[in-house]
Design a protein around this ligand. Sequence first.
Ligand SMILES: C[S@@+](CC[C@H](N)C(=O)[O-])C[C@H]1O[C@@H](n2cnc3c(N)ncnc32)[C@H](O)[C@@H]1O
Length: 325
Amino acid sequence: MATSFWVPLAIHTAAKWRVADVLEDGSKTVAELARATDTQEDPLRRVLRALASLGIFAETEDGRFAHTPMSRTLRSDAPGSLRDFMMMIGADWYWRAWGQLPHSIKTTQPGFDQVFGEPVFEYLSKHAEAATVFNRAMTGFSAMSGAEVAPERYDFSQVKTVVDVAGGHGSFLARVLKTHPHLRGGLFDQPAVVAEAQAMLAESGVADRCTLLGGDFFESVPESYDVYMMKMIIHDWKDAQALRILQNCRKAMLRDAKLLLVEQLMPERAVPGPHHFIDLAMLSMLGSKVRTVTEFRALLAQAGFELTRTIDLVHGFAILESKPS
Ligand SMILES: C[S@@+](CC[C@H](N)C(=O)[O-])C[C@H]1O[C@@H](n2cnc3c(N)ncnc32)[C@H](O)[C@@H]1O
């Protein structure tokens, strides 16, 4: 455990240079892999051996490397691929923020702001390459988190229109629209983010049922949709800002509209699983937290909502359904 941060940085290195992509079936020599990834043979062998010692890639008797089930998850085309997520985990802006965890404990302030002098979303709005890594990582994380099963778990039969507030590149909305062909959707996010969403929506075959809406949820959100969805958004913000976003949703909604939050729920005590470390990631990057259902109920009530039910998904995720109170 003491040295475990070495592991994701080694995985990131293999992901960055796409070793898993160039290694197809069978095995390859390190020289072949180095040529195909434009890297240096000796350090590449050392990284691959380190990973192979953990079962990520395997070294054959004659010193070639082959895939294992774990290394296959780094292929860009693997279902629920880890590649984009590992691109973020090893990005220097990501782990440098984590390095300030002791500072966050003293101050409650995010490590990210301490290192870079501004909040992460402001930084990303000025650094296009980092923003692309982040948005792809979020799409990748969604695919592996299990939160993507939400569209199948909610009854949309009486609903005509849904808006995904801060829906990123639109992968979640695309899934909702694909699963429920009678729905029309709106994808709302910052203008630069929605501008990159068209390809994903077209690829999913839902572009003709989807409107792209650029804006700032601290100002306002689009009006009069039947269902307002927000997946993995409230956990990004401290209470004061989370309240503002929820109040803006409330203002935009008609009385019989519904709000669906898809969030990880924090258990009341320490349990095995990813919750507590995701919570620390929230602290380091954003100064925010993973909330318990009690904390969500209170926050929603303050914003003018009544939490009507929670639908458990997998990996501790749940749909929290609320209505205007
Ligand atoms: C953690 S990502 C979640 C994206 C998506 N809902 C998902 O689950 O993959 C947070 C999203 O909030 C968006 N966001 C941040 N600040 C925003 C703002 N002021 N107005 C609208 N969207 C914002 C970001 O652009 C990003 O797409």
